[in-house]
Design a binder for this molecule. Structure first.
Ligand code: K1U
Ligand code: ZN
Length: 183
């Protein structure tokens, strides 16, 4: 198991459409282990594999409360098969856009088809935080970020801030001889 660096805005890899998993094998199981380690270390409640630079349709989540036992959830090739007309607004954050939170409107309830670690297909109905988080993670597998659901004014402002931070970090790294940050 290994914790990985999480790609940050404006890394272009976050805009890739991830590839479906053809076979759930030991490589996918090792990827899932690394994703959990990375997500718990961050800490976060969800992670899509593209956030650690792997463009596969793999998502992990854990919505357990602070003092509860972990409840790890794995979704391979997740897809929304139904979304309610009713919408809800929740505050969202993203490990690829640290310390930025904004209200996002999405369908209140969705049905999601996915495979588990044995390659078995399931369908689950999600609402509340589960619905918000699974939609956020499925967006990641399609190269969509939660800032794509907010106003252009707010999006442009946050992209500008993170682009400037990445450039400053890149310049600093080249001065000290450390690896350059990709932006
Ligand atoms: O995909 C990601 O970037 C993870 C993201 C998931 C998410 C959070 C909130 C709404 C929608 C999707 C996060 O985990 S951000 C961090 C976070 O929400 C959190 C961190 C520690 C404790 C509790 C929550
Ligand atoms: Zn995210």
């Amino acid at each position: 198991m290994a914790s990985h660096e999480i790609l940050k805005l404006p890394d272009k890899r976050l805009r890739l459409k991830s590839e479906p998993v053809k076979r759930v094998d030991t490589g996918i199981r090792a990827l899932v282990d690394d994703m959990f380690e990375t997500m718990y270390a961050a800490p976060g409640i969800g992670l899509a594999s593209i956030q650690i630079g792997v463009p596969k349709r793999v998502v992990v989540m854990d919505l357990s409360k602070k003092d509860e036992a972990h409840k790890p959830l794995v979704f391979i090739n997740p897809e929304i098969t139904w979304a309610s007309d009713e919408k809800s607004t929740h505050e969202e954050g993203c490990l690829s856009i640290p310390e930025y939170y904004e209200e996002v409107e999405r369908p209140s309830e969705v049905k999601v088809k996915y495979q588990d670690l044995d390659g078995k297909t399931h369908e689950v109905t999600a609402n509340g935080l589960f619905a918000t988080c699974i939609q956020h993670e499925i967006d990641h597998t399609n190269g969509v970020l939660f800032i794509d659901h907010i106003s252009k004014l707010k999006r442009d402002r946050v992209v500008k801030k993170f682009t400037k931070a990445a450039k400053t970090a890149g310049k600093e790294a080249s001065k000290t001889g450390k690896q350059k940050v990709e932006a």
